[in-house]
Write a protein that binds this ligand. Structure first.
Ligand code: ATP
Length: 198
């Protein structure tokens, strides 16, 4: 379970998150909707530990591993997709070649493609960003604007992935500024004035 209790985050006296509370149970798929600048990325950075809250607490189970797609993920531009994913997975000692190549095939990326990532389209890079967030069997998954740049077939592949993650009992939080057709969330919350409202 992920439990966020009364967190506050201020940047240069601007209050971005104030008294934000959220509880997500294992197997829940949650949508956080919010306009540009409402604080979605900030919330995700706090959950991953990239940022620290001014006050409040974020707790999860000790064995939980967070996977995240936040903003534009960085890659080794002159290496292939699989080399990049292997590099990221090996850095955490959690690389699972079988799961990773299956995910690539599910998103119609060829694991044998030796083309450098610098030559990839925006949508192809986005798919790599999604894959790296789930390929290590992470169980708290944060996806910021995951369908950005994806065509309709790829969005369908993404929806299939969300269904699979649910059967694996993962916590998944999708942040986006708009509604994505075809995704059935357990809960949709709006991020407004630093708080989550139903
Ligand atoms: N490191 C930082 N220093 C100062 N201000 C910041 C920092 N990070 C974010 N902010 C500010 O916090 C607010 C929320 O930003 P954030 O990126 O979390 O919004 P968002 O909801 O993810 O927006 P978008 O949908 O445009 O990606 C913005 O006003 C932004 O300028």
């Amino acid at each position: 379970m992920l439990l966020i209790k009364k967190i506050k985050k201020t940047f240069n006296r601007t209050n971005v998150l104030s008294n934000l509370t959220l509880e997500v149970k294992d197997g829940e798929l949650v949508h956080i909707e919010g306009s540009n600048g409402s604080g979605k990325s900030t919330l995700f950075k706090l959950i991953t530990g990239l940022l620290q809250p001014d006050t409040g607490t974020i707790t999860m189970d000790t064995a939980d591993v967070v996977g995240a797609l936040i903003e534009n993920p960085g890659f080794l531009e002159f290496e292939s997709a699989l080399t990049n994913l292997r590099f990221l997975g090996n850095s955490n000692h959690r690389f699972d070649e079988k799961r990773t190549t299956e995910l690539m095939k599910q998103f119609e990326l060829d694991p044998k493609n030796s083309q450098a990532v610098s030559k990839y389209s925006i949508g192809m890079r986005q798919k790599l960003g999604i894959i790296q967030a789930v390929m290590e069997n992470q169980n708290v998954i944060l996806l910021d604007e995951p369908t950005r740049g994806l065509d309709t077939a790829s969005i369908d592949q993404f929806i299939e992935l969300l269904q699979k993650l649910k059967t694996e009992n993962k916590i998944v939080i999708v942040a986006s500024h708009d509604h994505i057709d075809g995704i059935h969330y357990d809960k949709t919350l709006s991020l407004k004035n630093g708080k989550l409202v139903e």
